[in-house]
Design a binder for this molecule. Structure first.
Ligand code: UDP
Length: 267
């Protein structure tokens, strides 16, 4: 969509602010062709190191949002730049706000039974005029795929949010994108849980400090295994950075060697 991109451990992320992301989303909905939006965080990047299909889906998405302060940090370490974190959980309510103004129809798929519905109701109460085309818990299981696709198609949404967690949600969208025929499909992880009040997000000051991951670890300690990926992510980014530095050192040494040799003062 013509914005700058950064590459973090083989995964492409778009260097957009939340405001720019919203404008791109508006453009996608207006164009009306099926497009996929992904919300990349360090866990995604780590999963993509071993899950080739997931990496391909992330890199083929029309818009890849930098969801995770770890990505902003990693980009800086690797000499690239991401203007800010654009979290899926922050952008979904803003999309709902814009949808209410533009008349876009939203479909909420995934999460535990009743949660998608509650999240949709809360957003509709917050943004009067919002059209909820449908809500359904469903499941990413292959046996349910045809029935769910038919259900979404029948509701004719402009935007489909899918909350099955990564990578299931993003692979599900990629597999079904064309036959769904929905202009914009986006994997949103635990966003419905946050909006419905099932799980609580970190307070804004914790988010500002870039410590939302720590808050999640304290409140959902069963995530520790998943969050090990964050430690590995930091290790890989630092290793890539080190390799770059070493390359620079070797090139500097080589250049100075040839300069000296040309001047005839070697040995
Ligand atoms: N989920 C689901 N079906 C599944 C697995 C997960 O609906 O088979 C939902 C789960 O209820 C939750 C969301 O997917 O609402 C994933 O949330 P999680 O917090 O794991 O995602 P993250 O935000 O970490 O990507």
């Amino acid at each position: 969509m013509g914005c700058e991109q950064v590459l973090i451990l083989g995964v492409r992320v778009d260097a957009v602010t939340a405001a720019e992301a919203l404008d791109i989303i508006e453009q996608i909905v207006r164009e009306g062709r099926p497009r996929q939006v992904v919300t990349v965080n360090p866990e995604f990047v780590m999963a993509a190191q071993t899950n080739e299909a997931f990496r391909r889906v992330l890199n083929a998405a029309t818009l890849a949002l930098p969801d995770g302060i770890g990505l902003v940090w990693a980009a800086r370490i690797l000499g690239q730049r991401l203007p800010e974190r654009v979290a899926g959980s922050d952008i979904v309510p803003r999309i709902a706000e814009r949808a209410a103004g533009r008349g876009w129809r939203l479909f909420f798929l995934g999460a535990a039974p009743g949660v998608a519905e509650r999240a949709a109701m809360r957003l509709a109460a917050q943004y009067p005029g919002l059209t909820v085309a449908g809500t359904y818990a469903g499941s990413p299981a292959a046996a349910e795929e045809d029935e769910i696709v038919a259900r979404v198609r029948a509701a004719r949404p402009d935007i489909l949010f899918v909350a099955y967690g990564a990578p299931a949600q993003d692979l599900w969208i990629a597999r079904n994108l064309e036959r769904l025929g929905v202009p914009l499909c986006m994997g949103v992880g635990g966003t419905f849980d946050f909006i419905a009040g099932v799980t609580r997000r970190a307070p804004p000051w914790v988010q500002r400090l870039g410590l939302e991951w720590l808050h999640r670890l304290i409140h959902q300690p069963w995530r520790w295994r998943r969050q090990l990926a964050l430690v590995k992510f930091v290790g890989l980014v630092l290793r890539e950075r080190l390799t770059k530095d070493q390359m620079c050192a070797i090139l500097t040494f080589r250049n100075s060697y040839f300069q000296k040799r040309d001047r005839g003062d070697n040995g």
